[in-house]
Design a protein around this ligand. Structure first.
Ligand code: LP5
Ligand code: MN
Length: 243
């Protein structure tokens, strides 16, 4: 049976061409043998609206994704805190389906929750306040009505503020909150959670209400690429050799 693959946190930008090169190789050589590829957010360094497709780097990536689904691999995109403004025009250009965060999936018989992961970081109070604000409809309408160049400049400014804010945050604050994770296992009635965002790749074993469960944290693509390979036997993390 063909596997199902998961990636996240590529943070694709023309300023870091290595990740895009690795992605192209992954899409050509690995993804076509999978039944489906799930992208769990922060695929792009920043996405300020679907007119961001006018950037050739973005359009080329959308085209490379479309080639994968044209060859028969379903591609799904669950946005992260960098690319939550990805919409239907992007989905059409990239030949993929947009998923809400979180999404529940029957993964080879194992009830599984897919999420970017930032919603679990409940100890990061300033981030959660920021998140609530920018995920609101009114804010998004106001932002998307601004010219592309202005949105890009605002996003750059926000990135700088975010990097600055993170200097003063304790690393633990930026990891998932254990109770938030436990609640998600319980309320979604899943035995597996797959997420990214924290840049702390690992498999965590959990025991919730006496039931063994697992949580996979996907790796980022800063130094090298990686993906999670799942089939009827279970899941395993696979590193991509550097290009
Ligand atoms: O992204 P990363 O990994 O650096 O850090 C995240 C949290 N930061 C963010 C902000 C993004 O990096 C900004 C980039 C968005 C690009 C495109 C979006 C399009 C919208 C553009 C909006 C103008 O998500 C960071 C977390 C970290 O993960 C770990 O979980 O800590 O959170 C922050 O740093 C947020 C700060 O704590 C608070 C930021 C204050 C900024 C307030 C500006 C208010 C303006 C609101 C909009 C009108
Ligand atoms: Mn993220």
């Amino acid at each position: 049976m063909s596997p199902i693959l998961f990636i996240s946190d590529l943070h694709l930008t023309p300023e870091r061409p290595q990740a895009a090169l690795l992605l192209r190789r992954f899409l050509r050589e690995v993804a076509p043998s999978a039944a489906a590829l799930y992208i769990l957010g922060d695929f792009f360094e920043a996405w300020v609206g679907d007119d961001d497709l006018s950037e050739p780097f973005h359009a080329d990536i959308a085209e490379a994704l479309r080639a994968v689904s044209a060859r028969g691999t379903r591609v799904a995109f669950l946005p992260g805190n960098r690319d939550f403004l990805a919409g239907e025009a992007f989905a059409r250009a990239a030949g993929l389906t947009l998923l809400p965060d979180p999404t529940r999936l029957d993964l080879f018989g194992v009830p599984t929750l897919l999420t970017h992961g930032d919603a679990f970081c409940t100890d990061d109070a300033t981030y959660q306040a920021f998140r609530t604000q920018v995920r609101g409809d009114a804010w998004q309408q106001d932002f998307l009505a601004r010219p592309l160049a202005e949105r890009r400049a605002l996003a750059r400014g926000l990135r700088e503020r975010s990097e600055h804010a993170k200097i003063d945050k304790k690393p633990l604050i930026m990891d998932v909150n254990a109770e938030a994770v436990e609640r998600a296992f319980r309320e979604s009635r899943v035995d597996r959670i797959i997420h990214g965002h924290t840049h702390r790749p690992a498999r965590h074993a959990h025991d919730v209400d006496g039931r063994p469960r697992e949580r996979w944290v996907l790796a980022d693509w800063y130094d090298t690429g990686a993906y999670l390979h799942c089939d009827a036997q279970g899941c395993r993390a696979v590193a991509l050799p550097a290009a």
